[in-house]
Design a protein around this ligand. Structure first.
Ligand code: NAD
Ligand code: 6OD
Length: 488
């Protein structure tokens, strides 16, 4: 793997920090140096916001809707054309198996641009004909106008997917963006700059400033008064800090935050399908998916069978190099994140868990021994008060507990400060509808997981977020609604 330099992308140019400050990015696979990354400070954020503001008034702001959406379709085609470059970049940063990045991350990067380019062409506006007191005609209607420069702050778990999930609708609505990718995953946001150049997106429409959160590019971006609105995906605690920053200037925020998502397995379900689905929900992307399952409630008659079958799935996941086709699970994003996950592995034991499988670090060949590897882990027997059950761990692990009635299962599922997602498995159609209504989460999957039409609302309840994105809901966040009344 060659060592790369990741620059900021401002006004369609790749630039280093004025101070030449940079930080290093290491591979979670083997600890080797992936690249050096420019660290942005206030000057780089200022430049990026200036460029983005100028673009709004310049050629970008003058494009027709059709020209703008054609350009976003061209971005999608260029991502497809450079699929392998995006794949290499994402895999180098995250260590995830190529099979996952090629089926999940990169295709969604392109799809996000297509979906929102089409969605924005189909938004109806209100229009009312009136009569003035003098008897003349008046026409009262609403216009959707871009908000301005949008600050986009991203996490590291699905870097291209989650960044484009916000950049695509923001641009489709005519805004410009300044993106702060996660310090752990600078590559695909940088590469997207090359795509923007290649398809002729005007300078300043898409900008990237690298760096960290507090006291670095993230904080400077969210505090910058040239930013009209902030869209953020990441931890709940960080979301609170960003909300405080946005309060200066009363700027709107869209927050997609953490979760502690339940799965409920009823005895009447297709057990094989439930085991396969929950295995994906708990272990895909090494458990680093906000929608993933960390709490499983299983109806007592099938509890033992379910635990044994999920254990077999977990044990079959072979850790290995991303390019190895037999690899079933990659490393965590970093050694620091692994330390956090391992703390919960130890806490589970201290709190009296039975470790069904895993619980530690797997033996890896010497060439991979410095990576952030971890075993997929299943526990039973923990009290619901344990921090292992209460906190989001964001690793490949889950706790399984038996239940006796639907009411009990729903009560347990809802007993969390989070409300992002849930998955339930049953063949009882009436029960499916009851669960859809009674589980308090932004998305409730029945006999499925991570399956969604991108036009539907996505977001979290309770501490899992504020607002909804997806389809028309994204367009609502990324536009301001103006009321115009014309008297003839
Ligand atoms: P994080 O909150 O630590 O960081 C996210 C981003 O915010 C990074 O770019 C970071 O540099 C930046 N940041 C940190 N502090 C900041 C501050 N004070 N001001 C401005 N920017 C700041 O999250 P993470 O560890 O990168 O990602 C994992 C978390 O993201 C998990 O909690 C996961 O559940 C959540 N997540 C949620 C969703 C969702 O859709 N709800 C999706 C993916 C991940
Ligand atoms: O699929 C999406 O649009 C989405 N926002 C997924 C979030 C996954 C969290 O890790």
């Amino acid at each position: 793997m060659s060592v790369t330099t990741f620059c900021h992308f401002i006004a369609n140019r790749f630039v280093q920090s004025a101070s030449e400050r940079h930080f290093e990015k290491f591979s979670p696979v083997d600890g080797s140096l992936v690249g050096t990354v420019a660290e942005g400070g206030q000057p780089e954020v200022d430049l990026a916001v200036q460029a983005a503001t100028a673009a709004l008034e310049g050629p970008w702001g003058r494009l027709t809707l059709a020209q703008r959406t054609d350009m976003l379709h061209a971005v999608a085609r260029e991502i497809d054309r450079r699929f392998d470059d995006f794949l290499d970049a994402e895999v180098n940063d995250t260590g995830k198996p190529r099979s996952i990045a090629s089926h999940v991350d990169i295709p969604r990067g392109a799809a996000n641009f297509r979906v929102f380019a089409d969605a924005v062409k189909n938004v109806p506006t209100e229009f009312f004909e009136m009569t003035t007191p003098e008897g003349r005609k008046a026409y009262n209607y609403s216009l959707r106008v871009p908000r301005g420069v949008i600050g986009v702050i991203c996490p590291w778990n699905l870097p291209l997917l989650l960044m484009t999930w916000k950049v695509a609708p923001a641009l489709a609505c005519g805004n410009t963006v300044v993106v702060k990718p996660s310090e752990e995953t600078p590559a695909t946001a940088t590469l997207l700059g090359e795509v923007m150049q290649a398809v002729g997106v005007p300078p300043g429409v898409y900008n990237v400033v690298h760096g960290f959160g507090p006291g670095s590019a993230g904080e400077y971006l969210t505090r910058h008064r040239g930013i009209a609105a902030i869209t953020f995906t990441g931890e709940t605690g960080t979301g609170g800090q960003i909300m405080q920053a946005a309060a200066e200037g009363t700027r709107p925020v869209s927050l997609e935050l953490g979760g502690k998502n339940p799965a409920i397995v009823f005895a009447d379900c297709d057990l094989e399908a439930a085991v396969a689905g929950i295995s994906r929900a708990a272990f895909l992307n090494t458990g680093q998916i906000c929608l993933g399952t960390e709490r499983v409630y299983v109806e007592r008659p099938v509890f033992e069978r379910f635990v044994a079958a999920l254990r077999d799935k977990a044990q079959a996941l072979k850790p290995g190099h991303p390019s190895d086709k037999s690899t079933g699970i990659g490393p965590l994003i970093s050694i620091e994140h692994r330390d956090k996950v391992l703390k919960y592995y130890r806490r589970a034991v201290a709190d009296g868990a039975t470790v069904v499988c895993g619980g530690g670090i797997p033996n890896m060949p010497e060439s991979l021994a410095s990576g952030a590897w971890i075993q997929p882990t299943i526990w039973t027997g923990l009290p619901e008060t344990s921090s292992v059950i209460r906190d989001e761990i964001f690793g490949p692990c889950c706790h399984i507990r038996p239940f006796d009635t639907e009411d009990e299962a729903v009560r347990l599922a809802n007993d969390t400060p989070y409300g992002l997602a849930a998955t339930a498995w049953t063949r009882d159609v009436a029960r499916s509808f009851r669960l859809g209504a009674s589980i308090n989460a932004g998305i409730v999957w029945i006999n499925s997981w991570f399956l969604r039409d991108l036009r539907t609302p996505f977001g979290g309840s309770k501490q899992s977020g504020i607002g909804r994105e997806g389809g028309v809901h994204s367009l609502e966040f990324y536009t301001d609604l103006r009321n115009v009344c014309v008297s003839t």
